[in-house]
Design a protein around this ligand. Structure first.
Ligand code: 13P
Ligand code: SF4
Length: 368
């Protein structure tokens, strides 16, 4: 395992040799020398400060394959952060993920390398929107995607991630709910509804028919208008043109992609579920419809796999997280996530309920 070998290396030359061996296909060699110095210093400081580094699957390869103690998807990293006993949790991901770590482990110092690492989904909904939706659909439970900020989680009954969205919806239906507010990603909601075989309804608040479109006792998901600025750009034309060039390609799409894209794909799942698929299911080649860095990470770890990715769509928020800023955050203990105690208490219940649904109900698992 490359990360362990990098952590065991005793000097910069050792780190550089491991990185050159394993990353040469995806990181240019002149960059490896510079990055090896940063990596060695981050690991030294991490030990000195009793810090743990968590890295989302979208981190660039020279970071992803070196400094994190754990890598994974939103759900896997949330679980790990809930159990960490380190003094500092340094989160190499975006702000809503670092906030989730803070909510789940409020006594720890949680740092984010760049406070500019936002998310178009998290920016798409406010606590006020949720209060209005509750008025429109009294009694309907509120599910929010974990890609939301702490104040929104404070208005939420239960969170979900791309790993467990279907399980969370089924759990609420099994408890006797007919309508569920399923927010804020319109495409994730549509993909969950499609999988369960129920309808999606646009609330009157957004100009839709609201409850008028639902028969008494009919099951439905009430949606919102948020989108992931990266995944919404993939199209069925992308799939058909790649299939024309490579008829044997297996297409994997994240559930934040449009319904018709997920429908055309061969597999849909969280970032970790996609990684697991490529590692475990033999195919002549794979097309990944997700943030491009993840394709690089898979290629570096699985040189025998032929992975295609469309790199014109990038997540600018994930790209904010660099080795340079990771080192600065550790050196200066900077960009700490601070949340008021009452907000943490309110938001915590929505995450605890999600984690209680349990691993048996999950679709994708973390990679370590
Ligand atoms: P995962 O939970 O699948 O890692 O997704 C997080 C995300 O932001 C995808 O765009
Ligand atoms: Fe948010 Fe999309 Fe970036 Fe994921 S890829 S962090 S959902 S903007």
């Amino acid at each position: 395992m490359m990360r362990q070998a990098v952590h065991d290396a005793t000097n910069v030359a050792g780190v550089r040799d491991i990185m050159s061996d394993q990353l040469a296909k995806v990181v240019p060699l002149p960059e490896i020398q510079i990055k090896a110095e940063l990596v060695h210093e981050i690991i030294r400081l991490k030990r000195e400060r009793n810090a743990i580094i968590l890295g989302h699957n979208y981190m660039e390869p020279a970071l992803y394959h070196t400094v994190p103690d754990h890598v994974g998807d939103s759900l896997g990293l949330a679980r790990i952060s809930a159990e960490s006993e380190a003094d500092i949790i340094l989160f190499c991901g975006v702000k809503f993920m670092a906030e989730t770590a803070k909510i789940l482990n409020p006594t720890r110092t949680v740092l984010l390398p760049s406070l500019r690492a936002g998310c178009s989904l998290a920016a798409a909904i406010t606590p006020e929107d949720i209060r209005k939706l509750r008025e429109e659909f009294p009694g309907a439970p509120v599910v929010n995607y974990v890609n939301t900020y702490a104040d929104v989680k404070g208005e939420t009954d239960i969170c979900c991630t791309s790993s467990n969205a279907v399980a969370v919806a089924n759990h609420l239906f099994s408890q006797g709910n007919d309508q569920i507010l399923f927010l804020p990603d319109q495409y994730l909601t549509a993909n969950v509804a499609r999988e369960i075989g129920i309808k999606v309804v646009v609330p009157k608040l957004l100009g839709g028919p609201g409850a008028d479109a639902i028969e008494p006792g009919e099951r439905a998901l009430i949606t919102w208008n948020g989108t992931c600025e990266v995944h919404e750009l993939f199209s069925t034309d992308d799939i058909s043109s790649v299939r024309k060039q490579f008829p044997d390609v297996v297409v994997l799409a994240h559930p934040e992609c449009k319904e018709e894209v997920v429908d055309d794909a061969d597999f849909s799942g969280s970032t970790s579920a996609m990684i697991k698929y490529v590692e475990e299911v033999d195919a002549p080649r794979y097309l990944l419809l997700t943030e491009c860095s993840m394709g690089d990470n898979i290629i570096a770890a699985n040189p025998h796999r032929d992975v295609l990715r469309l790199c014109s769509q990038r997540c600018p928020h994930m790209a904010e997280i660099t080795l340079e800023d990771t080192l600065e955050a550790l050196r200066k203990t900077q960009h700490e996530i601070e949340l008021p105690a009452e907000l943490i208490a309110g938001a915590r219940a929505s995450l605890d309920r999600m984690l209680e649904i349990g691993p048996g109900a999950m679709v994708g698992e973390d990679t370590e």
